[in-house]
Design a protein around this ligand. Structure first.
Ligand code: GAL
Length: 414
């Protein structure tokens, strides 16, 4: 009897002490609009709704997120920032310096993020020592995807050096096959370029595209990089200009081209179409040692104390790094979980290669941030490099001229 009374008393006390419950709301800006991307982000929408959240979707089409970032700038300038934004790499810290990002350290600490996220990747999520973004995944950028039947029919192996890549492509081209599916958008050109830079050594990549060392930029090695870019240009079909990345992936899938050099969001498209790695398509790291990572993340924008939106931000942050979302989302997206404690049992062979290489490259110092996907550099130098890469790819500019232009453009952007 005494016990019962006590129980009633404490229940009454805790109900009285409960704050008025907020109604989690979030307007979410992202650029996940291809088939597999939309399927992936739907996982977050569903989990958010199951927990009582109201999601307002703000998708901005355009691979790589350039258009989304333009839309974001317009929204922030008009004083009406979205609640949560797909944002990554140094752009997170750039927005933080503008004073518009929310601190999500409370959620991060409650959920023990520091214990489950690799240190190198967690650093990208911090602003002045506190948590300001929630990481979703690890995409590897430097992959070659191939149509297995085309390679088999033409006696071509998956290339492991750029020489082999060129020899295989020459052979395929002679057989009337487009060797390289590519979309002529500047971020896709940059994706090829950084893979070729990495192919000249992880140290060279570090000096040229992370440290922006003028000696690496203005080097014979960089001339060789642009030579290879010119060679790759020769393997692309005539209609490549402006093509979306997922349409290039579809060319490989449908046997209209042999290879695509693209991050493993391309694998998301193969999987969504029911294709099986090792049977229908092949994955292999681009030539050279190293792993270029691209960690998608969401930052929360300051909502001026609006309780429903703050509740939406906290719920989103919790779900994004939560183990169930990390598994389901990444199975659809082509990436691997950023949490180190999620089982990869249900993941495919390419995801296993990704996880093994990531561990190996982390140990040898060649786990490197992707410049093309906004992980390595701030906006200005990254944009300056991409402008040169695209200008070279779309003209008959010599490699020497490209190197000179690159060196000057980077110097001006620093
Ligand atoms: C990347 C992004 C990936 C993928 C890709 C194509 O920048 O990190 O998640 O969506 O763009 O849009």
């Amino acid at each position: 009897m005494k016990m019962k009374n006590l129980f009633v008393a404490s229940t009454a006390l805790s109900i009285a002490a409960l704050p008025v419950l907020a109604d989690p709301q979030a307007e979410v800006l992202h650029w996940w609009t291809s088939g597999s991307e939309a399927k992936s982000v739907a996982v977050l929408q569903e989990e958010f709704a199951e927990r009582g959240g109201t999601w307002t979707d703000m998708p901005v089409a355009g691979g790589g997120g350039d258009a989304a970032m333009t839309a974001l700038r317009a929204r922030v300038l008009s004083g009406n920032a979205p609640t949560a934004v797909q944002l990554k790499g140094p752009a997170i810290q750039e927005w933080y310096e503008e004073g518009v990002l929310a601190d999500i350290s409370d959620v991060a600490e409650q959920q023990g993020w520091a214990d489950v996220l690799p240190d190198q990747l967690a650093e990208h999520m911090k602003c002045d020592g506190h948590w300001c973004a929630a990481p979703v995944n690890v995409h590897r950028v430097n992959w070659i995807w191939a149509n297995k039947a085309i390679l088999d029919q033409n006696g071509v192996e998956m290339p492991t050096t750029w020489e082999e890549f060129n020899a295989a492509s020459d052979k395929l081209q002679e057989a009337g096959i487009t060797p390289l599916a590519h979309g002529g958008q500047s971020w896709q050109d940059a994706t090829l370029f950084e893979a070729v830079v990495l192919g000249h050594g992880a140290e060279f990549y570090q000096s040229a595209l992370i440290d922006l060392d003028p000696e690496a930029l203005d080097s014979e090695t960089m001339v060789e990089v642009f030579d290879e870019m010119r060679t790759l240009r020769g393997y692309v079909d005539d209609n490549f200009s402006g093509r979306d990345w997922n349409l290039a992936t579809a060319m490989v899938m449908n046997g209209e081209a042999a290879f695509q050099i693209m991050g493993d969001w391309a694998k998301g498209e193969f999987l969504a179409a029911g294709k099986v790695p090792g049977e229908d398509f092949l994955c292999g790291a681009t030539p050279g040692d190293g792993y270029l990572y691209n960690v998608d993340s969401f930052a929360m924008f300051d909502v001026g104390g609006d309780e429903d939106k703050v509740a939406g931000q906290n719920l989103l942050a919790e779900l994004i790094v939560g183990p169930s979302f990390q598994e389901t989302f990444n199975l659809n997206k082509g990436s691997i979980p950023v949490r180190s404690d999620v089982s990869l049992d249900d993941f495919d062979m390419c995801a296993h290669i990704s996880a093994e290489d990531m561990a190996k490259d982390a140990a040898s110092g060649s786990l490197l941030p992707s410049y093309a996907h906004g992980m390595a550099l701030r906006g200005e130098p990254a944009g300056a490099i991409t402008d040169v890469v695209t200008a070279h790819f779309n003209s008959d500019m010599s490699s020497q001229d490209a190197v000179q232009m690159l060196t000057e453009a980077v110097a001006n952007a620093m």
